[in-house]
Design a binder for this molecule. Structure first.
Ligand code: SF4
Length: 495
């Protein structure tokens, strides 16, 4: 019987895609995959270093695996992949002697041979880039290898998990790796290395093949995606080419944008192409110029709001989303107020709010004392969340009455006895129907009742009521599904 692998993924979309590619690569070599960690022969943790909290979870999972191997005699290969492996490799091997391999995010194409070596030689294995050596020959070789891994992506009928009722017809496609910005709080440039852009034709071919395999929506991913540039192809040109050269792709989205150098040309392409989602995730991190400067963000508040204005002038209904950090070193109440004012002005459809925690190795952890008390961070976090929730509620309520195009992603976990939220009963499913959950092009979550046969389709739902998180709607009919011209939708069992 094939060796069974369990993979646990932490962090961002980059990691989700990496895990998917790792799975495809290992399945092609005869490994099986299981969702039951206790039954696996190999446990891989694909880790994130961006937040301290995420690393804590990995340390504690590794501790439990150590107990199982050491004290209960369980035979399992344990591997740590991703950003934490790159950043903490020697520490991991010292603190967790039962870990068999570590593999950085730019070396994942080496994973099969590492696994094989662990079994054959019964010795620990590691593959790391050491991104401090910028653009070294080692790095170039690593990038060639990792590009080969993207190119070897599996395109079998796209993930269709009938058992769980979760049907994915959405896929990520990487266009850029790494980051050159060195924001003072961020570990990404040290773990994923400098910005490297993939050839446009590789990206377009990947999108085509995903659509042929049944994918309706592609989200292009990169840390600073609008800085894409490869042999004369700009980000705007890449968006336009995908839109024009893959006409059966129903929806094209991208994350995450960097506020500087977002060109009018890219905004014009977004506005002109009907299948490009009118959604821009563009993290500000702060509304105070003083904080932006010590965060090394490279733009001012005025430049940031100019981008929002340029986007709204072309696409009045565009959904904007942001990220904010509260409690960065030296942040005062006045700085925090400026961030709140920015949120009011931006009227984000959603905003990810984080309490600052120093990450080892970053400039801010070396240069600044973490001097905002935790109680103050919590208070600022709370006031920002409350403001953002009020904006989300108003935004979702403004959509009531509209018919929305929704890709149906899965079944709601809420049951009819769930308590009302914002006065709206969200956990109700009528007899003989299922409460389904889908997403709009603007990333709004929509819940409605319908047959399970709608799972994995693009359909129309009228918004009837809304909470800050969810829009409740009723199904009003099918939408012509362009992707179906070439690919039959995956078969989904009925209720
Ligand atoms: S732009 Fe800044 S926050 Fe984003 S990945 Fe790069 S260094 Fe990190």
């Amino acid at each position: 019987m094939s060796r069974q692998v369990y993979i646990e993924t932490y962090g961002c979309q980059m990691n989700e895609l990496d895990s998917e590619l790792v799975q495809g690569q290992l399945e092609a070599l005869g490994y099986g995959f299981t969702t039951k960690a206790d039954e696996a022969d190999v446990v891989l943790l694909n880790t994130c270093s961006v937040r301290e909290h995420s690393e804590h979870k990995v340390w504690s999972y590794l501790g439990r695996l150590g107990h199982a191997k050491r004290d209960e005699g369980r035979e399992v290969v344990v591997g740590v992949l991703g950003c934490m492996a790159e950043r903490e490799a020697s520490n991991i091997f010292t603190r967790m002697p039962h870990v068999d391999l570590v593999c950085g995010p730019s070396m994942l194409d080496k994973l099969p041979s590492l696994l094989e070596n662990v079994v054959q030689s019964k010795s620990r294995q590691s593959a790391l880039t050491g991104h401090t050596a910028r653009r070294s020959a080692t790095l170039d070789a690593a990038m060639d290898g990792i590009e080969a891994m993207d190119l070897s992506r599996a395109f079998s009928p796209y993930a269709n998990d009938r058992e769980s009722g979760h049907v994915r017809r959405q896929a990520y496609v990487r266009i850029t790796r790494g980051c050159n910005k060195f924001c003072s709080f961020c570990v990404v440039p040290y773990t994923r290395g400098p910005e490297v852009h993939r050839p446009a034709q590789h990206i377009i071919d990947e999108v085509k093949r995903l659509v042929e395999a049944g994918v309706l929506e592609v989200t292009l991913i990169g840390q600073t995606i609008n800085h894409y540039q490869h042999e004369g192809t700009s980000f705007a040109r890449l968006l336009y080419r995908i839109h024009e050269e893959v006409p059966d792709l129903a929806r094209l989205r991208f994350v995450t944008s960097y506020p500087r150098d977002f060109t009018d040309e890219a905004l014009d392409v977004m506005a002109a192409c009907d299948r490009i989602g009118k959604y821009l995730h563009v993290p500000a991190q702060s509304g105070s110029d003083r904080m932006l400067k010590i965060m090394n963000r490279g733009y001012t508040l005025a430049e940031y709001t100019d981008l929002l204005d340029r986007a709204r002038a072309r696409m009045p209904n565009i959904r904007l989303a942001g990220d904010m950090i509260v409690g960065f070193p030296t942040e005062t109440d006045a700085d925090h107020d400026l961030s709140l004012r920015l949120i009011e002005r931006a009227r984000y459809k959603g905003c990810y709010i984080f309490k600052y925690s120093p990450r080892p190795g970053t400039v801010s952890s070396r240069r600044f004392e973490d001097d905002v008390p935790d109680a103050v961070k919590r208070e600022r976090n709370q006031s920002m969340l409350e403001l953002q929730n009020r904006i989300c509620l108003a935004h979702n309520q403004s959509l009531v009455g509209q018919v929305l195009d929704v890709i149906v992603e899965g079944e709601s976990k809420l049951r009819r006895e769930s308590a009302p939220i914002d006065g709206v009963v969200v956990g109700w499913a009528k007899k003989d129907t299922t409460r389904l959950i889908g997403r709009t092009e603007g990333d709004e979550i929509v819940a409605f009742d319908g047959p399970r046969s709608l799972l994995g389709t693009l359909t129309k739902v009228r918004a009837m009521s809304a909470t800050a998180v969810t829009i409740l709607g009723e199904h009003v009919g099918e939408r012509q599904q362009k992707a179906d011209h070439r690919a039959s939708p995956p078969q989904v069992d009925g209720p």
